[in-house]
Write a protein that binds this ligand. Structure first.
Ligand code: AP5
Ligand code: MG
Length: 213
């Protein structure tokens, strides 16, 4: 199954991705996670993308597209994959279609998760992530048992640099301008599944599974 997770910043794409990849045994490809790993590793790519990310702006299409192209041809993607946070512009979606068509493949479904702005801001600002294993928490909605410490591995929890109020607002603005048009793009192709992201994360997951089946 080849899936795309579409939705605004903080809506719960990463949270749902973790459950989806477990149920369907497909790899999780998050362009945001790939960039953050490169920033952490101080790679050339990391240096190129850091400023865009810290400002809440999109990384240029050519950089993102080449990374995804290289990733989806890997062996573990042969039975499918879940794209999270890609595509984010119509140009990226077209480049993806072109690349898949060369391999005689198509996207099966696009899961579009939505919630209002105040919910997005509260979720993003309260998010905490484990430095070691990447597990995601929320100070109010899914707090760690011990403040600042990961339940799963004991690692230290941190807040993403782009999860400040100003940057989250900027990211939402960028989403509305550049990414929201993809809803129409995929609706026209008959691939769109709309999911209410305001519910509890387990309910959102059940709705996704129902929509896929
Ligand atoms: P990226 O990392 O993709 O960030 P994003 O799209 O802004 O989305 P987030 O990761 O912030 O939110 P999410 O939807 O995954 O929410 P989560 O599940 O964590 O991209 C970051 C940056 O990288 C971009 O700004 C851009 O610069 C660059 N970039 C990446 N891809 C790019 C591309 N294709 N093109 C160009 N640039 C690109 O949940 C958030 C919080 O809410 C968590 O604390 C969670 O516990 C909580 N939560 C989740 N679900 C629920 C629920 N149902 N109820 C209550 N709380 C919930
Ligand atoms: Mg995410």
């Amino acid at each position: 199954m080849r899936l795309i997770l579409l939705g605004p910043p903080g809506v719960g794409k990463g949270t749902q991705a973790a459950a989806i990849i477990e149920k369907y045994s497909i790899p999780h490809i998050s362009t945001g996670d790939i960039f953050r790993a490169n920033i952490k590793g101080k790679t050339e790519l990391g240096k190129k993308v850091e400023e865009y990310m810290n400002k809440g702006l999109l990384v240029p299409d050519d950089l993102v597209v080449s990374i995804v192209k290289d990733r989806i041809v890997k062996d573990d993607c042969k039975d499918g994959f879940l794209l999270d946070g890609f595509p984010r512009t119509v140009a990226q979606a077209e480049a993806l279609d072109e690349e898949l068509s060369k391999m005689s493949l198509v996207i099966d479904k696009v899961i579009n998760i939505e919630a209002e702005k105040d919910i997005l801001i509260e979720r993003a600002i309260g998010r905490r992530i484990c430095k070691d294993c990447g597990a995601t928490y929320h100070v109010k909605f899914s707090p760690a048992k011990q403040d600042g410490i990961c339940d799963k591995c004991g690692g230290e929890l941190y807040q993403r640099k782009d999860d400040t109020l100003d940057t989250v607002e900027k990211r939402i603005e960028v989403y509305l301008e550049q990414t929201k048009p993809l809803i129409d793009y995929y609706a026209k192709k008959g691939l769109l599944l709309n999911v209410d992201g305001t519910k509890d994360k387990k309910e959102v997951f059940n709705d996704i599974v129902k929509a896929l089946e």
